[in-house]
Design a protein. Structure first.
Length: 458
């Protein structure tokens, strides 16, 4: 009855407002008038259908495990639901995902799918990786990142199939895994949340100290796993059961409610939540979403959200001024969200353009550098030629001077040293004279020895 009265009174009014009987404990915002809240839609009060457990067309069932997706974190923003309640949202970009390898139970002993994301230059990839990518059809450039996802036998996808953001359903829950932000070497208070020492009395330069790390002689050591100072962050962590609020099919964006590990630009693994079921009356695309030719899909797929506050009792008391002010605040929130989305799309487009522009600019810069190097080489060669010519000329002049000096010396020697051949003995004559002198000396020595011997006998 209450719902029928609300609907009957609200035929000419949109959106609707309601007033709580009890005061709201939540902190009020300036976007909506005090005491009023946007009335939820009718589907929230409808009968909740039973969740589907299988699909005869696609072969999906509750126990089937689909492949995941590699996404890149772009940024965070604030979004608002249908009731003008704000909540934080993380935007993820599914950047050109493609299946690069399949592992089966016959060869490897399990079923899994290898997915590649991003792009890498051919010159920066190793030859074994290029050989691995050569077997993948519809692949233009090698991938920047490879990840492996365990799947069931029914959800195996052929090699070369592309994965889009529509692989998921808006309204489902998702598990996201990635590396946290690295904080470096931190103390025990920041790393483990210790309270520290006393701030006023009894502390001498030990306000943020660790404190006791162990007992006395027994055990006489520090137990393994003691919480102490050390390197903080940069570890793989999983955030479970994140609500997928919205999907942008044109830009391949995922809008996830809540925070995600890592800073903007980090790569993340996105899979279906293990501890949560799919939304009611909906079946996920199995084994994955494949767009059909000639069929147009909506750009934004948004999930139906329940209000964050409990909506139980209403006193319906409409006022036109309140409704107008609420409409203005709703429009203002829409404008802000549109601006944020435009910025996000610009970021994604710039990333794609910059990769292409950087490649072209690098090629042009290399060409310019080559031309500059050629010009410099030509200048150096010209200078060297000039230097060589000058050096050659100088060497020739020096040689000429030396030859002239040699000629003058020879002429002087010829003029000054005119002599007869008889004045000087030849080498043979000198040798004969030396032999004669030696023989004479030997004869004299013999005669002297004889005389001495004769004198002794006498």
């Amino acid at each position: 009855m209450l719902l029928q009265q609300m609907i009957s009174k609200s035929k000419n009014l949109s959106p609707l407002f309601c007033k709580y009987n009890l005061p709201c404990k939540r902190k009020k915002t300036n976007r909506a008038p005090k005491g009023f809240q946007y009335l939820p839609k009718n589907y929230l009060w409808d009968e909740i259908p039973e969740p589907k457990t299988h699909c005869d067309v696609t072969g999906w069932n509750i126990n089937s495990k689909r492949t995941g997706v590699i996404a890149q974190k772009i940024c965070m923003m604030t979004a608002h639901n249908e009731y003008l309640q704000t909540f934080p949202v993380t935007i993820l970009h599914v950047d050109d995902n493609i299946v690069t390898q399949i592992k089966t139970e016959d060869k490897e002993g399990f079923y899994s799918i290898q997915v590649g994301a991003g792009e890498r230059k051919i010159k920066n990839t190793k030859k074994p990786q290029l050989g691995h990518y050569a077997n993948v059809p519809n692949l233009k450039k090698p991938k920047r990142l490879l990840e492996e996802f365990r799947v069931t036998k029914e959800s195996v996808v052929p090699i070369g199939t592309k994965l889009f953001a529509q692989h998921f359903i808006p309204g489902q829950f998702v598990d996201i895994r990635g590396k946290t932000v690295g904080k470096g070497f931190q103390g025990a208070m920041k790393r483990w949340g210790f309270g520290g020492g006393p701030a006023s009395h009894g502390a001498s330069k030990s306000h943020r100290s660790l404190g006791s790390t162990g007992a006395c002689q027994d055990p006489g050591r520090v137990w393994k796993g003691k919480k102490m100072a050390g390197r903080m962050g940069h570890k793989n962590r999983t955030v479970k059961n994140l609500f997928l609020w919205k999907i942008d099919t044109k830009m391949n964006l995922l809008y996830v409610k809540g925070s995600v590990p890592g800073k903007p630009g980090t790569w993340l693994r996105v899979i279906d939540a293990k501890n949560k079921k799919y939304p009611k009356e909906e079946i996920p695309p199995f084994p994955t979403f494949q767009p059909k030719e000639g069929e147009e899909y909506p750009i934004d797929l948004q999930a139906k959200m329940k209000p964050m506050k409990s909506v139980d009792d209403y006193n319906i008391d409409y006022q036109e001024d309140d409704i107008e002010s609420f409409n203005l605040s709703f429009e203002y929130a829409d404008e802000q969200e549109a601006k944020r989305l435009a910025k996000i799309k610009d970021i994604v487009e710039k990333r794609k353009k910059t990769q292409e522009e950087q490649a072209t600019q690098k090629i042009e810069n290399r060409k310019k550098e080559k031309q500059k190097r050629k010009e410099k080489r030509k200048e150096k060669r010209a200078l060297l030629k000039e230097r060589d010519e000058e050096h050659y000329i100088k060497e020739q002049e020096l040689l000429k001077k030396e030859l002239e000096e040699d000629e003058l010396l020879n002429q002087e020697l010829e003029n000054d040293n005119e002599y007869d051949d008889d004045e000087y003995d030849t080498e043979e004559d000198v040798d004969e004279e030396e032999e004669e002198e030696n023989n004479n000396k030997d004869e004299e020595n013999k005669d002297n020895e004889k005389n001495e011997a004769e004198d002794l006998f006498k």
